[in-house]
Design a protein around this ligand. Structure first.
Ligand code: SF4
Ligand code: SF4
Length: 130
């Protein structure tokens, strides 16, 4: 850190006197050193930065858990014993909530359900209740 400050000060110092070739090359070398040092610091920080912190992951997990009871009330209930896997509800759902899994309709994106009731109304075997 001190080294960086020192080098920066050296770089920013106005020079009214004519520099010799030797002094110029020394200054350039110092500038290159400073840039390399800064670049290495940035690289190191980037390597050390976690992609997604554990706190963020924990907060997401807690939010999902807290939403589960609410979602379970709001999402459509599918009676698997009645479902014949025709896929009508899957194709009709405007928000892509449902998908066919193992030949039966399943809720795969509960958070996207707008409770329009289309799936329930179109199901030929009355397997869905809202
Ligand atoms: S429309 Fe009814 S029977 Fe057809 S896949 Fe959906 S839930 Fe199953
Ligand atoms: S109620 Fe509407 S949005 Fe929700 S699953 Fe059925 S068709 Fe999709």
């Amino acid at each position: 850190m001190y080294r960086m400050r020192y080098l920066r000060r050296r770089m920013l110092t106005p020079t009214s006197v004519q520099l010799t070739r030797e002094q110029e090359s020394r200054m350039l070398a110092e500038q290159i050193n400073l840039l390399e040092f800064q670049l290495n610091t940035i690289r190191k920080r980037l390597e050390e930065t976690p992609k997604e912190s554990s706190t963020q992951r924990f907060q997401q997990y807690r939010f999902k858990r807290s939403m589960r009871p609410i979602l379970s009330i709001l999402i459509p209930k599918i009676d698997s014993s009645r479902c014949v896997g025709c896929g009508v509800c899957v194709n009709a759902c405007p928000t892509g909530v449902l998908a066919l899994v193992g030949g039966k309709s399943r809720v795969v994106h509960a958070e996207a359900c707008v409770r329009c009731g289309v799936c329930s109304n179109l199901c030929p075997s009355h397997a869905i209740t809202i």
